[in-house]
Design a protein around this ligand. Structure first.
Ligand code: PEP
Ligand code: MG
Length: 755
């Protein structure tokens, strides 16, 4: 007996006929199982669907016991089918039972089958099911047969995502499929209850089969032409091409758009009988599956670029365009996206935006920075969510814990409604504190300021009742644009900040780029330890052109006002003096050309590197003010990467080593009369802030949402009383002061809200 599959085009045509039949989704799947078994001349063909519980559910079979349908459920990794789902790779075995992953499921009656061929059903690079065939006799399946299964798998993938299948699936699983509990990385706190809006509405492929191969090839090439024009326009309007040093990015994007290998693979798909869009989708699926397995971040980025291009191409071919921001949003939109650019988030109507859930997106990602500025509860790293939800699904997210509930039960919903109510009551309490001063019980006035970096942050200055902006991270403007902002643009931005702040002081920090803050248009070398590498002021001093341009923009923007400017990552006093001399130089230059100048310029240094602490006496002779960047200081003092999850709670900021350092810093600066503040995360944690105030810090800068909780703490604290305890605690034990501090707060009525 010879085993030859019918040609792929004929198979596709038959599949299309099945899809067009009257009948339920289940009937269609049964029919497909039958068709594939006949086509590959196999005794068994089975279709497994990855259900909402993450199990591979046997959905249809030709050959296995009919009663096992919907009963047999495997976990990814379990048995051969589970292995295919886990690895997203085909298994072609003439002796299946000899495979180490083989597992026998008595309810199927499959023990009599020797050979096995299974392929993953992939959509958007993710496994959504598995398709298998089996034969009694040991045999090897040919490449054509593998091909036939892959083609069928592609059609099935689209079918699983179709409203027809989903509706039936929902009805079947009714209660089971209603809820879904996922977890991710909490990026911005707050609870959101709302409805799913998919950021990029899925491209729906309606036509899989090429009626005429030549026409499809032509359609592909026309679409590619449009794509190339779009890419060239994009590059031209963003100015990428204008800068010689950015040629690399430009070339990568263009290279993909002209990549012969990519185009050839799509053409091959068409020649096998797929429509142009189905062929693009098929190649894109493979690419995505590889991308998800790719661990090298550089390669992942490149594959992302290709994925974006393929998406564009699909949209051109199907005529489906745009993101959900252009459409009508529900009042309680929770945007769900694989990933998005920062500007795309700003396109959404903030009034209707309740929350954001991303499959990718870590703490440092640009979209997360914007989400924080907009105060949108956000969760990142939620694996597979875009494939698990549909537009309009009810969804709840808790941006403090990283929990996401899709189609929640009424009980869960009720619990979260309570949480929101509690949160709102708390906000009201903070709002009442807004106009009250931050003064301790024993009369110490503490200045509470906000950290900011975007124009959308500015309204928080007013609504939080903060005293000023203690840290303006100027690099954010640079990170959100595609090209280096020109001096006039920088000046305009700084002027807008100062105008919004009115009489309240603003401390501008010069560019702190490098490390995890990468500017897409600035080429830097890859570094082993970027946090300790060429970043911040180091870069500024080596490339004074950039630093001078920024200083000039700041000086011009602050004409007639006070300008506070500080330098990040100062390590050696000499660096501070060099930076300071640039300010003086720019002032001189502006004076010569009769430019309006600030009425006063104060120049400060951030203390973030332990070495600078040991040069404090010298530094205090030259700096007008000092601000402790406790995030970096902690990272370098304890040699613990601030972005490493395992390091996150390893060394407490209230560890005696940190406390002793901060204590001496407060004493020395006070003795010299130099203003001191602290602008790292510690400042926004009420318990940490309580200790800082006891040490003598009277100015703190924090996220706007922390102002209320910290002010409530300040107003209930007797500073002098706590200050007396700290030396005793330090002398008594070697562990963190956290526990003692918490007990103290409890026993002395210090109000501690968590954020
Ligand atoms: C810090 O390091 O504490 C700080 C405020 O700066 P950034 O978090 O921007 O590095
Ligand atoms: Mg820092």
């Amino acid at each position: 007996m010879t085993f030859t599959a019918i040609g792929p085009r004929v198979l596709l045509r038959r599949l299309r006929e099945v899809m067009a039949e009257q009948g339920t989704a289940q009937e269609k799947l049964d029919h497909i199982a039958h068709l594939v078994a006949a086509n590959v001349v196999a005794e068994v063909c089975s279709i497994y669907v990855l259900n909402d519980e993450g199990e591979l559910e046997l959905y249809a079979t030709e050959g296995l016991k009919p009663e096992s349908v919907h009963r047999v459920r495997l976990r990814p990794g379990e048995g051969l089918v589970g292995t295919i789902a886990e690895t997203a790779e085909t298994l072609n075995l003439s002796d299946a039972q000899a495979h180490p992953a083989f597992k026998y499921f008595p309810e199927t009656g499959e023990e009599i089958y020797a050979s096995f061929l299974g392929v993953p059903i992939l959509r958007g690079g993710r496994v959504t099911g598995v398709l298998t065939v089996q034969n009694r006799r040991p045999r090897h399946y040919t490449e054509e047969e593998e091909e036939a299964l892959q083609t069928t798998a592609m059609v099935l993938a689209e079918f699983f995502a179709s409203p027809e299948f989903r509706a039936e699936y929902e009805r079947r699983g009714e209660r089971r499929s209603r809820r879904l509990h996922l977890r991710g990385e909490a990026l911005h706190p707050g609870v959101a209850l709302g409805h799913v809006v998919l950021h990029q509405p899925r491209v729906v492929i309606r036509n899989f089969v090429a009626d005429n191969i030549e026409t499809e090839i032509e359609r592909l090439h026309e679409a590619l032409q449009t794509l190339r024009t779009q890419v060239n326009d994009l590059i031209a309007t963003t100015g990428l091409a204008a800068h010689g040093e950015h040629a690399e990015i430009f070339e990568t994007v263009r290279m993909f758009a002209h990549d012969r290998g990519w185009v050839r693979r799509i053409e091959e798909g068409i020649r096998r009988g797929l429509s142009a869009e189905a062929a693009v989708e098929r190649v894109q699926s493979d690419n995505r599956a590889r991308m998800l397995r790719q661990t090298d971040p550089y390669m992942r980025e490149r594959m992302h670029d290709l994925d974006d291009l393929a998406n564009r191409l699909l949209r051109i071919l199907t005529g489906q365009v745009g993101t959900a921001a252009q459409g009508k949003l529900p009042k309680d939109a929770v945007i769900v996206a694989r990933n998005m650019g920062p500007a795309e988030l700003l396109d959404y109507d903030r009034e209707r935006l309740r929350g954001l859930v991303l499959e990718e997106g870590g703490t440092g990602s640009h979209v997360a920075i914007v989400a924080r500025a907009l105060e949108v509860p956000t969760i990142g790293q939620v694996e597979g969510i875009t494939d698990l939800v549909e537009n309009g699904d009810a969804i709840i997210l808790d941006g403090r814990t990283g929990d996401v509930h899709v189609r929640p039960t009424p009980e869960i919903e009720q619990a979260y409604v309570e949480k929101v109510r509690l949160y709102a009551r708390r906000q009201e309490r903070f709002a009442r504190l807004r106009h009250k001063p931050a003064i301790t019980q024993d009369g110490v006035r503490v200045s509470l300021n906000i950290n900011a970096g975007l124009l959308v942050d500015l309204p928080h200055l007013e609504d939080s009742g903060a005293d000023g902006i203690g840290l303006y991270r100027t690099e954010l403007q640079f990170m959100l644009t595609r090209t280096l902002p020109r001096r006039e643009e920088q000046e305009k931005h700084y002027r807008a900040v100062l105008e919004a702040a009115g009489d309240k002081p603003v401390v501008f920090r010069t560019l702190d780029v490098g490390s995890d803050k990468v500017l897409p248009y600035m080429q830097t070398e890859r570094e082993e330890n970027p946090a300790m590498g060429w970043r911040a002021l180091r870069m500024g001093l080596d490339r004074p052109g950039l630093l001078k341009m920024q200083l000039r923009a700041l000086l011009a923007a602050a004409s007639g006002r006070v300008l506070n400017v500080m330098f990040p990552m100062v390590t050696d006093v000499g660096e501070f003096l060099a930076a300071r001399s640039y300010v003086v130089q720019q002032i001189e230059a502006m004076r010569k050309t009769n430019r309006a100048l600030p009425k006063r310029v104060r120049i400060g240094a951030m203390v973030e590197v332990p070495a600078l602490f040991f040069q404090l006496d010298e530094l205090l002779r030259h700096a007008d003010f000092i601000s402790v960047g406790s995030n970096d200081l902690h990272q370098f003092l304890f040699a613990a990467d601030r972005t490493h999850p395992r390091m996150a709670h390893r060394y407490d900021p209230l560890h005696p080593a940190m406390i002793r350092l901060l204590d001496q810093m407060a004493k020395k600066t006070r003795a010299r009369g130099v203003p001191l503040s602290l602008c790292g995360e510690m400042a926004g944690n009420p318990l940490d802030a309580m200790i800082l105030i006891a040490l003598g810090f009277t100015s703190l800068s924090m996220a706007p949402a922390a102002i209320g909780p910290v002010k409530a703490m300040v107003r209930s604290l007797n500073r002098a009383d706590l200050a007396r305890r700290i030396p005793v605690w330090l002398a008594e034990g070697r562990e963190s002061l956290r526990e003692r501090a918490a007990i103290y707060a409890r026993e002395h009525g210090v109000v501690l809200y968590s954020r």
